[in-house]
Write a protein that binds this ligand. Structure first.
Ligand SMILES: [Zn+2]
Length: 327
């Protein structure tokens, strides 16, 4: 999975190039539903794109840079991809995703999530005593459910990738359900805290999911949203080289647009801050090498001297949002 497809492999494949119009669709603004927008970056699809090649670029930790057109809504200022890959293809792609590279970083992710939960306790009094029932939507390999479980929360995960859901279940013995949130049968008002870690920007219908979350939260319950921040310093400094610009990231929120988006679903933002992630140095350098070749050399050097596994804490323009259910 996620391996680049060579020209030879494409030629020898029985699959002929797809018609681009059959793979992508024009969408309204994912926040306000407006149809009027201006192009920020035009599309740059590769020639002779096949359906399966396009699907491969939509796996969760894809290194593919952005080739879709990026637009900004004239009405609410949200930045999003338009046109973008068809919704049914996105869902099909996530359901069949297999991602061992992502799983290999689980220990670092668990440690990062524990720090985040400890901050929630300190700053907002959110603890297993005040917010026992937790739901993690799009939990990947179960790192956040594992962190929450270890700290005493009663946690359930939902993950569209059948492979990732099984990984989380077998690694940690936790309640992780394969599929989409809309396919589950959780009772209304049954959770104290629901999280969307690196998920909302991937959702073809983000309002529908956040609306479901509102229904599933108890009154006054909390929602965590962690996502790329188009208003961040990293995005402004790195421009078109910002590593969060990916074909899988359909929406690019800022502090203003996520606040507006959540308000439309009856949530008020109570905290907004940069998110610091810890991963292994070798993994971060490998991901960075897709943008800056020099990092590929640095990755090989750190592996040669055995430093590739040391933890690196960094912020690359992701923001952490804590919101509270109102109404
Ligand atoms: Zn809009």
């Amino acid at each position: 999975m996620n391996q680049p497809v060579s020209a030879r492999a494409l030629q020898s494949s029985a699959e002929s190039p797809a018609r681009l119009d059959d793979l992508i669709e024009t969408v309204a603004c994912p926040n306000c539903g407006g149809r009027s927008c201006r192009t920020i970056k035009p599309a740059s699809y590769p020639k002779d794109l096949t359906r399966s090649e396009l699907l491969r670029t939509y796996s969760a930790s894809s290194d593919h840079v952005l080739f879709d057109a990026m637009v900004q809504c004239d009405s609410c200022q949200l930045v999003y991809l338009n046109p973008r890959i068809r919704k049914d293809l996105i869902i099909e792609s996530y359901a069949s995703a297999v991602d061992p590279t992502f799983i290999a970083q689980n220990d670092e992710r668990i440690a990062t999530f524990k720090k985040s939960l400890q901050q929630l306790a300190r700053r907002h009094g959110i603890t297993p005593q005040t917010a026992k029932r937790v739901l993690d939507v799009g939990c990947a390999g179960g790192a956040f459910p594992k962190a929450a479980h270890d700290l005493g929360f009663d946690v359930v995960g939902v993950e569209p990738s059948r492979w990732l859901a099984e990984q989380g279940r077998s690694l940690y013995g936790l309640d992780i359900r394969p599929g989409l949130l809309e396919e589950q049968d959780f009772p209304d008002r049954s959770f104290d805290l629901i999280s969307l870690w690196d998920v909302i920007e991937h959702l073809p219908d983000a309002h529908a999911v956040v609306s479901d979350i509102h229904r599933l939260l108890k009154p006054g319950g909390y929602l965590i949203v962690n996502c790329p921040d188009h208003g961040s310093l990293a995005r402004k400094l790195l421009g078109s080289k910002w590593p969060m610009l990916l074909s899988v990231h359909l929406i690019y929120f800022t502090r203003e647009t996520i606040t507006d988006f959540l308000k439309r679903e009856n949530f008020e933002v109570v905290e907004f801050r940069p998110f610091w992630q810890t991963l292994q140095l070798g993994y971060v350098l490998k991901r960075a090498s897709a943008y800056f070749g020099l990092f590929g050399l640095a990755q090989k050097l750190t592996e040669a001297v055995g430093l590739h596994r040391i933890p690196l804490t960094y912020n690359i323009g992701q923001s952490f949002v804590l919101a509270r259910r109102t109404g």
